[in-house]
Design a protein around this ligand. Sequence first.
Ligand code: GLN
Length: 195
Amino acid sequence: MRIGVLGLQGAVSEHIEALQRAMRELNLEGEVFALKRREDLDGLSGLIIPGGESTTIFKLLSRNGLFETLRELILDGLPVMGTCAGLIMLAKEIEGGIEGQRSFQVLDIRVGRNAYGRQVDSFEACVKLSFDERPFKGVFIRAPRILGLWGEVKPIAFLGDEVVGVEAGKVLGLTFHPELTDDLTLHRYFLRRLI
Ligand code: GLN
């Protein structure tokens, strides 16, 4: 198993550590690494797109020629989890993007960038997961909001009545940062679709 965490910008090492711990727990053998170049794509079994700045991630992806190739791999069924800016990278429609900003457009959702307003830029709150009884501590950092979802997309995480996590096929997207807590539930959930 070879799992890449897109390593151009953002919360990369935290995801790598969380994945390594979750793999040990699930007794999975494999390599987790920061994916930066086209050569890293060989034999890739899964991908995490971390939080950071979606505008920067997009610019760096286009500059190093990874954008189209990664999009095709995801459309071909590569399991992927996007968190925060990573979710924005997966969304079909972006509200509040900068001029020319593009995403992979592989998840039928509309997201609003920085949608919780300035005074509440960042917060922690209890998230309810559809597949686990225990509450999950959601860390929201200048988080996007899911403004609409359609097609095959299923909600899997809720903040009150609001959807903060979704999945469709092998694509998983969260508006918060699961790598910034000790709870590996969501990393395990992602890994199970690679087995
Ligand atoms: N506000 C960022 C963006 O629009 C996302 C923030 C994050 O990933 N923590 O890309």
